[in-house]
Design a protein around this ligand. Structure first.
Ligand code: 4AZ
Length: 496
């Protein structure tokens, strides 16, 4: 449902609806969108506007300014890059910078397709590198977990990539034809790395790279079974996703590692499903490229980064996938159910135009998140919002009952609005140390009213963050869940 209220009384709600409409129109001009339609080995020149979040990692030797590009990455939140763990083996912080074994400083370069003309403001230094705890140096093909997060000293002005944060937003078909990979890696495999070549910068200094220009390759995504069969004895599991052609010829390769594997949604908008990890040679027949599966590591990413841009479940096919996310939430918070209660105040059935309000009671202290998932699968955060006490965002005391809309709203009721059909209200009482500020979006958005999100993106990000909270406390069993309260109510809105 769309909980509309009296427009004059609640300008915030008007604004929320307007923003939602803008969101729909915005789908046509998403970052990186492709119309209908190869180092990358067997690649073609890439367009910058198709790869807005891509970054290249390089080493820069202070003694002589020698530069070498060694890996890719993808901006996923302001100042945060996701890449492959194996890219950062042997890189440590010394003398105030992250350096390789020779003392060369590691830098991230963003917003370029031609490495011959990199401007100083496109180069960032690294503040912190977080390598997955399960990664084993030199053993990527046996242990996986080939993922790392890189925090930059300052945030580049690039647009963060949309991520697949849940298995349901990974491409559904076993062999989805529309995958893309890009990078500055080598265009022919050489185990000794001999295919890196030296190129002149515009100013005459030299740099080393696999390719001086960004190359991309369209690559079908390959089912886990087919990929596992191609690599018997290796770790191809839920944490990996593969891409490539049965006959070979196109592939990512040395120097592309860490870069993004993108899928396209129904509108041609790219979202990241993989991170270039490894493969037997490059572009060989029957030897697919192996990528770290982003959705599998979503809770880990969310734990460190917080707010992310999530791809909608089922690639935009709404309600059924919202049900799956709700199912995950139910499983995670099952034993928190008796600590919060949620009621819709108003007559039944709820008819369009009816006056309704919500009452939430909690046995435990915490902060409330109230979410509406309407019959079309659109997710709207009802609380906290701009009418909440800003200093305490969502804070409730043990034993408190809160009514929404409350005194500050200027109205006692919401009006039930379209769409008709069955929806869900979800109340979650989250512990004090849960990063609610990140899950509800940035404060600027929050200040404008309710926080609208198209379909499931917001919901998946929230789920990823809740999973991350439990993962950091070793699982949902036992004591940790006692800090949570949870209530779900199914409702139905009928025509007048
Ligand atoms: C590498 O050596 C590498 N074909 C990266 C990706 C692939 C193979 C090798 C996938 O970094």
């Amino acid at each position: 449902m769309k909980w509309s209220a009296r427009w004059s009384a609640i300008p915030g709600l008007c604004l929320a609806v307007t923003t939602a409409l803008v969101g729909v129109a915005g789908a046509e001009s998403c970052p990186g969108r492709r119309g209908g339609d190869e180092k990358v080995v067997g690649g073609r020149d890439a367009r910058l506007d198709h790869w807005p979040a891509l970054v290249a990692f390089r080493t820069n030797r202070p003694s002589d300014g020698a530069v070498a590009y060694f890996c890719g990455g993808s901006l996923i939140a302001p100042g945060w890059i996701v890449s492959a763990a194996h890219c950062f083996e042997g890189i440590t912080e010394r003398d105030g910078a992250w350096r390789d074994g020779d003392g060369a400083v590691v830098e991230a370069v963003g917003g370029v397709v031609d490495l011959r003309s990199v401007a100083p403001d496109q180069v960032r230094r690294i503040e912190r590198i977080i390598v997955h705890e399960g990664y084993r140096e030199g053993l990527v093909s046996h242990h996986g977990n080939d993922i790392a997060l890189i925090r930059l000293e300052s945030a580049p002005g690039q647009t963060p990539a949309t991520l697949s944060l849940h298995p349901t937003s990974d491409p559904v078909a076993a062999d989805d034809p529309r995958g893309y990979v890009a990078g500055f890696g080598v265009t022919a495999h050489d185990p000794s790395g001999g295919n890196y070549t030296s190129h002149p910068h515009r100013d005459g200094t030299q740099f080393w790279a696999g390719s001086p220009v960004l190359l991309e390759a369209p690559l079908p995504l390959v089912s886990g079974d087919r990929c596992a069969a191609a690599y018997p004895g290796f770790a191809i599991g839920p944490g990996q996703i593969c891409a490539g052609l049965e006959q070979g010829g196109r592939d990512s390769c040395q120097g592309d590692s860490g870069g993004p594997l993108m899928a396209l949604d129904a509108s041609g908008c790219p979202f990241q499903v993989g991170i270039v990890s490894w493969g037997a040679g490059c572009a060989l027949a029957g030897r697919y490229g192996v990528y770290t599966r982003v959705s599998h590591f979503a809770p880990w990413i969310a734990r460190h980064v917080g707010g992310l841009v999530a791809q909608s479940a089922g690639r935009g096919h709404g309600a059924a996938s919202v049900g799956q996310i709700l199912g995950d939430l139910d499983a995670l918070l099952a034993s928190a159910r008796d600590r919060a209660r949620l009621a819709i105040v108003g007559r039944r059935p709820i008819r369009i135009g009816d006056e309704i309000a919500f009452e939430i009671a909690t046995d435990i202290a915490g902060r409330l998140i109230l979410i509406d998932i309407n019959a079309e699968g659109t997710v709207l955060q009802l609380f906290p919002n701009q009418f909440d006490r800003p200093e305490t965002v969502g804070a409730l005391a043990a034993g408190e009952t809160i009514r929404i809309p409350g005194p500050a709203y200027g109205t006692d009721f919401f009006e039930a609005a379209e769409p008709t059909g069955k929806g869900h209200l979800v109340a979650i009482v989250v512990p004090e140390d849960f990063p609610i500020g990140l899950s509800v979006g940035d404060p600027a958005t929050l200040a404008k009213g309710f926080v609208p999100r198209q379909r499931t993106s917001y919901f998946m990000n929230l789920l990823a963050q809740i999973k991350a909270w439990f993962e950091a406390r070793s699982g949902a069993s036992g004591e940790a869940v006692k800090a949570w309260g949870y209530a779900v109510v199914e409702y139905e809105i009928v025509a007048r």
